[in-house]
Design a protein around this ligand. Structure first.
Ligand code: 13P
Length: 252
């Protein structure tokens, strides 16, 4: 069975005390999870070292980004080896907010994904189309190009270590979730693209998460889709009870 993952992306929200309250609540609620279920919490950089004390075999702490080079004169940046130092083993790469506000391109992301894998960090690679592409009906080609340009250069062994998050931009922070059918259709498309590029086995082994206004009241239906292996959750991951319920919605 593929890993089922509930990932929280706090983005640039909250505070130390809020983060502590959230992590304490998650710790209290989850003493263990089935082997194939994982919780991943992507916290802001300043909290990584502290948050890593909450990491367990099933609850991981993730970074929200990293630089595409290992060291150097890059003021304000954080490197893969620094994440290694803290025992961090997941990193979100290519979130649409970074693509938009920090001009991250597929070419840059290709370098980041390769570097993350080289340093034994699992990339949570984000893809997804903006509203105008969805309205034009060309979302499949758009997402396929993102995969092609940023991760399909990897070997089968490498790509099997990547987690993919499909996050339609029009559904992020808007309260406008993709329907379960829309999510399933895109996830199936992504899996087919992987199958064509690699193999059926590879396509079946990769966890593909849905992100975009996932809440406790829609997680069950979305996670219940055949090709959806969990979610990448923004707003609702900042409310302890909401995220606990979302984790409980993972397919058992
Ligand atoms: P929301 O859940 O707030 O829509 O954010 C989704 C997201 O961007 C997670 O990375």
């Amino acid at each position: 069975m593929r890993n089922q993952i509930a990932a929280a992306n706090w983005k640039m929200n909250g505070s130390f005390s809020k983060g502590k309250e959230l992590l304490e609540t998650f710790k209290e609620n989850f003493n263990s999870l089935p082997d194939f279920q994982q919780i991943i919490i992507a916290v802001p950089y300043p909290y990584l070292a502290w948050a890593s004390q909450y990491a367990t075999s099933f609850m991981h702490i993730a970074a929200q980004n990293m630089h595409h080079q290992t060291e150097g004169a890059f003021t304000g940046e954080v490197s893969a080896p620094m994440l290694n130092d803290l025992g961090i083993n997941y990193v979100i790469l290519g979130h649409s907010e970074r693509r938009e506000y920090n001009n991250e391109t597929d070419e840059l992301l290709k370098q980041k994904v390769e570097l993350a894998l080289k340093h034994n960090l699992t990339p949570i690679f984000c893809c997804g189309e903006p509203l105008n592409i969805r309205e034009a009906g060309t979302q499949n080609q758009y997402v396929q190009a993102q995969l092609q340009n940023a991760i399909f250069n990897l070997s089968a062994d490498q790509i099997e270590k990547v987690v993919i998050a499909y996050e339609p931009i029009w559904a992020i922070g808007t309260g406008k979730t993709a329907t379960a059918e829309q999510a399933q259709a895109m996830h199936e498309h992504i899996r087919t693209c992987i199958q064509k590029q690699y193999s059926f086995e590879t396509s079946q082994s990769i966890s593909i998460l849905y992100g975009g206004s996932v809440k406790a009241n829609n997680a069950n239906e979305i996670f219940g889709q055949t090709d959806v292996d969990g979610g990448l959750v923004g707003g609702a991951s900042l409310q302890a009870n909401e995220f606990v319920a979302i984790v409980k919605s993972l397919v058992a």
